[in-house]
Design a protein around this ligand. Sequence first.
Ligand code: ZN
Length: 106
Amino acid sequence: MVKIPKLMRRLCPFCKKHVEVKVTEAKRKGLSSVHTQSKGSKVRMVKRGERRGVGNYGKSNRPPIARRKMAGKKQSKKVDLRYECKVCKKTTGPKSGFRAKKVELV
Ligand SMILES: [Zn+2]
């Protein structure tokens, strides 16, 4: 269990100084959870030419989960935090999250 304070003093890239920020937890979403009709989905990115059309995006020829090499290896998930500046109300995220089984905002 990792305890994180709800209020922190952090550098705001918009105000360019240390200010008090409000910490909230956001859910980390991958491309697999994006709706197929939304702008950032794999299918639409391929159509726009932003993503090369290699492979069949897991439609077929996939081994069962138990036979995949990394299946079920990781015990923890990366924590995704958001920091809301109290002065300009803009939100920033971390450069890269850290791994933890459970996170508690104190
Ligand atoms: Zn700010």
